[in-house]
Design a protein around this ligand. Sequence first.
Ligand SMILES: [Zn+2]
Length: 145
Amino acid sequence: MSSDVVSCPSCGARNRVPVAAKGHPRCAKCATDLAWLVAAGDTDFAAAVDTDVLVVVDLWAPWCGPCRMVAPALEELSRRYAGRLKVVKVDVDRAPGVARRFEAGSIPLLVFMRGGRVVESVVGAQPLHALQATVESLLHVPSRH
Ligand SMILES: [Zn+2]
C-alpha cells in the first residue's frame, strides 16, 4: 500500500506513485503530471493529506453501493486534474480513526482538504459533473494564484 503503478497518459511509461510525496507525481520519462490516487488508513492518513495540491478524501466501504458509483468519477477527476488534485481513498472499516475524525456515519463522504484543513465536504453519491464543479470552484480559490 506504499505506492501504486500508473501508466503515463503521454508516453506510456509505468511510474510508481507514492502515498505521500513533496510536490506531485510526474512521469520519470517525460515529466507529464500523473494522476494521484492512493489508498490510506489510520497510520498513513496524515502523511497522505500533507500536500500542496487539493485533496479529496473518499470515505467509502466495500459494502456501500453508492460508493462504487462515486469511485469511477473520482478516478476520472484524478486524471483530468493531474498535478492539481490528489484522491485519498479511505476504507472506513479499516480506518476507524479517520472515520471517527470526519464523523463518517453516512458514506460515501467526500472531504476536500487543502494544507491539511477541510475546505468542503459532500455527503452521498454525486455525478461526475457535480463533483467536477466542486473541484473547479476549489481550484480557483485566489490563494492558489
Ligand atoms: Zn511519460
